[in-house]
Design a protein around this ligand. Structure first.
Ligand code: GLU
Length: 305
C-alpha cells in the first residue's frame, strides 16, 4: 500500500466545492440537499440524570458539558458548516440524543473532529467523552475501546466517476487505484481480500473523493452510507456501484473501562429508538441520501471483560 500523507486539504476542499457549485447550477441536476433543520427532533434533557459510576460522566459534569468526537466531511452523517462552524447529520443527532439522556443540553456539546485513524487514541487519552462517526464495532477495536450500540448497520461499497465502465464491484479492482481512509475497516478489507488492488490511504474520505474527481484514483471505498452522501451531492460526477460487500455495525465509542457509560448509552439508544427520535433523526438526515429508514438493529449489551 502506498500511504500518502495528507494532501493539501484546503486545495482538495476547494476543488470539490467548485465542482459541487458547478454541478448544482446546471439544468436538471437536483438541488444540493442538506439536513432539514425544521424537521429535526428536539430531545428531552433528563435533568435529574446521574451516573456517578462513570469517570467520564463525572468529569463532564464538573466541566458542565460533553466533548464528543465526530467527522466533519461526511454528508448527511457528520458535516461541519464552514460558515457557521455548526455540525449536522445522523451521527451528530445520535450524539445529541445521547447528550440529552446523560443530562446535558445538546447545544452545549463541544464537537471535535477526529479522523478514523485517531479515534482509539482520542478515547484512550481522554480527549473526548464519546465518539459518534461511522465507527464500526469489531473485536479488535473492542480491545482498545468500548462500544454502545449498534445504532445502524452499513456495508462497504465503491464510489466511481459516472463515466467509469470497468468497475462494478470489488472483483474489478485488480490494478486499479482505490482510495480509503487510514485506520478504517474498508481499507483493511481491500488490502486483505483484494491484494491486486492498489490501495491508497489518506486521512479522510473527502480527500479521496477529490482525488477521484481529479483522476488520481479510480475508486473510493468505504461504507455505502458515506459514499451515497458524496454521490447525492454530485450526481453528475459520482456514482456508487455494486452491492455492499461487508457489514459495518456502527457503535458509539467510549473509553474502554467505562462500562457504566457504555450501558447508559445502550439504554439511551433503546429509549430514543422506542420514542421515535431515532427514525425522525434518520429521516431528516441520512434518509435524504435516498435510503428509507431500516428498523434499528438490536443493541448488543456485552458484558465487561
Ligand atoms: N465504518 C468504517 C470504519 O469504522 C469506515 C468508516 C470510517 O472510517 O469512519 O472504519
Amino acid at each position: 500500500m502506498r500511504r500518502l500523507v495528507a494532501a493539501p486539504a484546503l486545495l482538495a476542499t476547494l476543488a470539490l466545492a467548485a465542482l459541487l457549485t458547478a454541478g448544482c447550477g446546471k439544468e436538471g441536476s437536483p438541488p444540493v440537499k442538506g439536513p432539514q433543520a425544521e424537521k429535526l427532533p428536539v430531545y428531552q434533557v433528563d435533568t435529574g440524570f446521574r451516573l456517578p459510576g462513570s469517570p467520564t460522566w463525572r468529569a463532564a459534569e464538573r466541566r458542565r458539558h460533553l466533548v464528543v468526537g465526530v467527522k466533519e466531511d461526511q454528508p448527511y452523517l457528520g458535516e461541519k458548516d464552514p460558515a457557521t462552524g455548526g455540525y449536522s447529520g445522523f451521527d451528530i443527532e445520535i450524539a445529541r440524543m445521547m447528550s440529552a439522556s446523560l443530562g446535558f443540553a445538546p447545544k452545549t456539546i463541544a464537537f471535535r473532529t477526529i479522523a478514523s485513524a485517531n479515534r482509539e487514541t482520542a478515547l484512550q487519552n481522554g480527549q473526548i467523552d464519546y465518539y459518534v462517526g461511522t465507527y464500526t464495532i469489531n473485536d479488535l477495536r473492542k480491545k482498545q475501546v468500548g462500544f454502545a450500540g449498534p445504532y445502524y448497520i452499513a456495508g462497504q461499497s465503491l464510489l466511481v466517476r459516472t463515466d467509469e465502465k470497468d468497475i462494478h464491484g470489488p472483483q474489478d479492482l485488480a490494478g486499479k487505484r482505490v482510495c480509503s481512509a487510514a485506520g478504517s475497516t474498508p481499507l483493511q478489507r481491500i488490502q486483505r481480500e483484494y491484494p491486486k488492488a492498489i490501495a491508497v490511504a489518506y486521512d479522510t474520505y473527502s480527500i479521496c473523493v477529490d482525488n477521484l474527481i481529479s483522476l488520481q484514483v479510480d475508486a473510493v471505498t468505504t461504507d455505502d452510507t458515506i459514499l451515497m452522501g458524496y454521490a447525492a451531492k454530485a450526481p453528475d460526477v459520482l456514482k456508487v456501484v455494486g452491492k455492499p460487500f461487508s457489514k459495518e455495525p456502527y457503535g458509539i465509542g467510549v473509553p474502554r473501562g467505562d462500562t457504566a457509560l457504555r450501558l447508559a448509552l445502550d439504554d439511551a439508544l433503546a429509549a430514543h429508538e422506542k420514542n421515535g427520535d431515532w427514525k425522525k433523526a434518520y429521516d431528516a438526515t441520512l434518509g435524504l441520501s435516498g435510503v428509507p429508514a431500516p428498523p434499528p438493529p438490536a443493541i448488543d449489551r456485552y458484558p465487561a471483560s
